[in-house]
Design a protein around this ligand. Structure first.
Ligand SMILES: *Cc1c(COP(=O)(O)O)cnc(C)c1O
Length: 409
């Protein structure tokens, strides 16, 4: 039995022998762009994803986009029309966000070690700052006084629980993120004496989760923790960011996350949460779930080599553009991202190949011993699930090759 080449669903239609993205066959798109490699993001798929979420989640829940997943300016412009706010992790992202129509009061910034420059730009812009330590709070106070602008602040809490079965845990135990839950009452007491505008809490416990029951459990604990800590707050909690963590399927065996149970649970729980936090807007912040599946990475086969019986497709793309697909971005065991020969979609002649890039390192591997249609020089290789943590998470300067293009179609 041959192993399936991609167990995750392919969201792009096929016309003739090719996949079609944004209504354009992929080889035509390559010609239009004038080069390979490139990333292409399909705006219709993003629209559909947001619509799907909104159909299942309670109306009053606010959806934010975490720009770190994909900061391409055209894509962020598009997101500005679809979501209720942006979450930032740097000043670079802040500049991209402030160029859109999204009002500054719907934008927040988080991250340990924000620079004074970042903090003071955020205060001047009116962006909500998720404070991650006592020292940061004192710094914000100083900068706020110097600017003569009252900073809008929330406390990012390192919860006393973690998101189970997460690809990446970012809460629970000792962490560089946020203020430990048990220290929050003390910080809130200090905050009372400072001239800062208290907005609420940010509780982020993890990422890339495909189990609705784990997400529901952590949301439950998040509401509990927020309501408890709100009792020590200097004023009403007006915003509660409950994080996100919604994952997407990357590997054979991963099943797409079901949104319906999460939506049903939130619809049931929000009325009670509203009783304890009557002024709070509840926000969910999502990155990859919104954009990950809408993006592909496209590179071209430039050589086909057989080494001691094993076929290598050498492409013009690789690890320097797509670190995650090479397995070097936080994976414990290397697994193949879903890949296609996007110009041989109807071909039935299969072979086991490794898709590699031009870098002088064996780490430059986009697909390892994968069963794919037999490809020739000139064919296009597509890596799916590349709309988030693709180019932005890659070491483009490594080996000094040209950068790929990015298009929104
Ligand atoms: C990375 C991050 C996100 C986005 O995570 P996804 O897995 O892409 O949804 C959201 N919020 C914070 C605080 C993050 O650090």
């Amino acid at each position: 039995m041959k192993k399936p080449t991609h167990a995750v669903p392919v969201p792009f239609p096929v016309s003739g022998n090719e996949i079609v993205i944004g209504g354009v066959p992929v080889s035509r798109l390559a010609a239009r762009i004038g080069q390979t490699p490139f990333y292409a993001y399909d705006r219709k798929l993003i629209d559909q994803r947001v619509a799907h979420l909104r159909a299942h989640l309670p109306k009053e829940l606010r959806l934010h986009y975490a720009i770190k997943a994909n900061p391409m300016p055209a894509l962020v412009q598009h997101m500005a029309k679809l979501v209720d706010g942006f979450d930032l992790a740097s000043m670079g992202e802040m500049h991209v966000a402030l160029d859109t129509t999204m009002p500054a009061e719907k934008i927040s910034i988080a991250g340990p070690g924000k620079s004074e420059r970042e903090l003071s730009c955020a205060i001047a812009a009116g962006v909500l700052i998720n404070m991650e330590s006592e020292l940061e709070m004192e710094r914000i106070m100083g900068l706020s006084a110097a600017l003569g602008v009252r900073a809008r602040v929330a406390i990012r809490i390192n919860p006393d629980f973690e998101l189970k079965s997460s690809g990446m845990k970012m809460g629970g135990g000792p962490k560089q993120f946020g203020v430990d839950a048990e220290r929050v009452p003390e910080i809130l007491r200090r905050l009372k004496s400072l001239d800062l505008e208290f907005i609420g809490f940010h509780i982020y416990s993890g990422s890339q989760n495909l189990k609705p029951e784990s997400i529901i459990e952590s949301q439950e604990k998040t509401f509990e923790l927020a309501a408890r800590l709100a009792e020590s707050a200097p004023s009403a909690v007006r915003k509660l960011n409950i994080g996100g963590g919604l994952g997407i399927p990357y590997f054979p065996g991963d099943l797409p996350l079901e949104i319906a149970p999460i939506g049903e649970h939130l619809s049931r729980r929000l009325p009670e949460v509203k009783k304890r936090l009557p002024d709070a807007e509840i926000v969910m912040e999502l990155g990859r779930y919104l954009v990950g599946e809408a993006g592909i990475y496209v590179c071209r086969v430039i050589d086909r080599k057989i080494s001691r019986g094993h076929v290598f497709l050498v492409t013009d793309g690789g690890l320097h553009h797509h670190l995650a697909a090479s397995g070097n971005f936080g994976q414990f065991v290397r697994k193949n991202y879903p890949a296609l020969i996007a110009t041989k979609m109807n071909s039935s002649e299969m072979e086991s190949v490794s898709v590699v890039g031009p870098l002088c390192t064996p780490l430059d591997l986009l697909a390892d011993k994968m069963e794919l249609p037999k490809a020739d020089v000139g064919d296009l290789v597509v890596i799916l699930q590349s709309g988030a943590y693709g180019l932005t998470a890659s070491p483009t300067r490594f080996l000094s090759h040209p950068e790929p293009m990015e298009v929104l179609v």
